[in-house]
Design a protein around this ligand. Sequence first.
Ligand code: C2E
Ligand code: CA
Ligand code: CA
Ligand code: CA
Length: 279
Amino acid sequence: AKSMGRGDYQFYNSEMNASTLHRLTLESGLRHAVERDELQLTYQPQVELVSGRIVGVEVLLRWHPEQQRLVMPDVFIPIAEETGLIVPIGEWVLRTACSQLVAWRQAGLPDVRIAVNLSARQFRQPGLDDMVSRVLADTGCHAGCLELEITETVLMERPDSAAQALQRLSDMGVRLAIDDFGTGYSSLSYLKRFPIHALKIDRSFVRDIPYDADDAAIAGAVVAVAHSMGLSVVAEGVETLAQCEFLRGLHCDHAQGYYFSQPLNAAALASLLRDGLVT
Ligand code: C2E
Ligand code: CA
Ligand code: CA
Ligand code: CA
């Protein structure tokens, strides 16, 4: 038993070292990801439920280190956050996305909005609004075509300074959406203090509708409250026709998910836009 205990300890130790090493490798790789051109944007359509038209695209970041497998954002975004690398990476994402939008428009494709995720660190970075307005000016992207997604948790951590930061962005004409709505615990009265335009119902509430009565009730309540406050609603993670029809019945405005399309590269998204409808 003794020797087994010791073996366990060593095993645990080497596991820990392996994961620390892995993390350090990712971290040092990420430091060079922008300059080595290893970051790529993918674009997932957001569809208007009444018409089936693509009205927006969410930008989702991918990291493809040379000679290695694709790394998903759930793995590298937390590292980018902790190291502060998210600040230059986030600016690159915004700039690339805005340039892409302008390029699509110049190619004569139907107009869409572009939704870009902002992390906690970026959101709290002084000068965020200056960075955003500089990128819009440099790329020639209209502020009204840009939507920034900020999670409910980030907003609720410091609601007062969050409200100020949102106000500065909103004054520039940028649209604001609360991401992962329903997973935090914002009281609805707080919502009124934020100059926001849209709520995104978190995927976890969409997954089991229409069969799960609680989730169905939550989705219905979110849509009703949002509409009563003049906000539009996007349901995320829509994978089935049944979910889609249920949400349409709730008068949910927009939906996004594998039912319509996976996140696509710019060329594939452009051909979807050219065709107009996704279903
Ligand atoms: P998110 O903002 O909630 O993005 C939605 C996630 O759901 C994406 O995962 C998307 O690919 C996935 N998804 C879309 N439709 C479906 C569906 O029908 N079913 C399921 N099961 N999943 C679906 P992804 O691309 O892996 O991104 C994960 C998270 O990483 C994002 O969650 C976001 O928080 C973060 N992220 C991605 N790109 C960026 C970025 O450029 N900047 C920052 N700060 N965060 C990013
Ligand atoms: Ca998002
Ligand atoms: Ca989300
Ligand atoms: Ca999420």
